[in-house]
Design a protein around this ligand. Structure first.
Ligand SMILES: C[S@@+](CC[C@H](N)C(=O)[O-])C[C@H]1O[C@@H](n2cnc3c(N)ncnc32)[C@H](O)[C@@H]1O
Length: 276
């Protein structure tokens, strides 16, 4: 029977994603279709192949080529103190609540190359909370995690990061937190002491236990509603009662069946709190 809902391209994309899942275990079937199609078209253009069938054959038979598709699907853009007003809010409104706990567990899901995690580490240091924190920083892309662990960034980002840091309410001078070497900055080793970097796939992997705060910003934007709901369940099961969940400014629990589990804590900055 003909499926009237799907056009030919949709069927080909679906088969392409099924193939990747069966062959490599990476499940992109519920990523936003618009995102996947954009990335597939881009890769088709770059590789000089004629159509999706040829791309599918190459992906299934050449693991190295699959790694480039994995990179295509995982957009890694990030920066330190991205959306400074979010970090200012963390400092002013959430940290005071977290200060009442003797030990704190924080999870950055989809941390990319680590800039967001180190921003948090600096904030926690300045608020005197770092030593009682265990920070988990995860991503499904092993290459970006490797860079995250190193904590070395190009020198030319310093101006922008310093400005973000000041707007986020930074107390010290930003230059206290790195040394410049040639055309790079190397973040202070002490920022890494309580961070564990680990591979974790939000689609297929398990919960983290007893988190007080989960930051998952600019990741769910690439997922469809069904997958977002699944990830909200994962986060709800990973959080302690009354734990916080922070999303990116373009993301929200709206349209998902999570209103019983989470209440809105700050609507513009997409900060939510587990209801119990
Ligand atoms: C745009 S970056 C966001 C980085 C950072 N959170 C920020 O807001 O600046 C999105 C990250 O999500 C990761 N990602 C995408 N799908 C994922 C999945 N299923 N599990 C874990 N990480 C994923 C990507 O590898 C990428 O590093």
């Amino acid at each position: 029977m003909k499926n009237e809902e799907m056009d030919l391209i949709d069927i080909e994309v679906q088969l392409f994603l099924e193939g990747i899942y069966l062959r490599y275990g990476y499940d992109f079937r519920n990523y936003s279709r618009a995102h996947i199609k954009r990335r597939v078209n881009n890769r088709l253009g770059l590789s000089g192949l004629n159509n999706l069938s040829e791309l599918q054959h190459l992906v299934l038979t050449d693991e190295k080529f699959f790694q480039s598709i994995l990179k295509d699907f995982s957009i890694n853009v990030t920066e330190m103190f991205r959306d400074p007003e979010f970090f200012a809010f963390l400092r002013k409104d959430i940290i005071p609540v977290l200060k009442s706990y003797p030990k704190l567990n924080i999870w950055h899901a989809g941390c990319s190359t680590g800039e967001e995690v180190y921003s948090m580490a600096i904030l926690l240091k300045e608020e005197g909370l770092y030593d009682r924190c265990q920070i988990y920083a995860t991503d499904f892309n092993a290459d970006v995690l490797k860079e995250a662990k190193e904590g070395i960034y190009p020198l030319d980002v310093v101006k922008e990061y310093t400005s973000n840091f000041i707007r986020a309410g930074g107390k010290e001078s930003f230059s206290e937190y790195y040394v410049a070497k040639y055309d790079s900055i190397i973040l202070n080793h002490s920022l890494k002491a309580n961070i564990i970097f680990a591979e974790h796939n939000l689609v297929t992997d398990q919960v983290f236990n007893q988190m007080h705060l989960i930051i998952c910003r600019n990741v769910l934007i690439y997922f469809n509603n069904e997958l977002q709901s699944k990830v909200f369940d994962l986060f709800s099961n990973s959080l302690r009662p009354r734990g916080f969940m922070c999303l990116g400014t373009k993301e929200s629990i709206k349209g998902n069946d999570s209103s019983d589990t989470f209440e809105t804590y700050e609507s513009n900055l997409k900060v939510y709190r587990k209801t119990r």
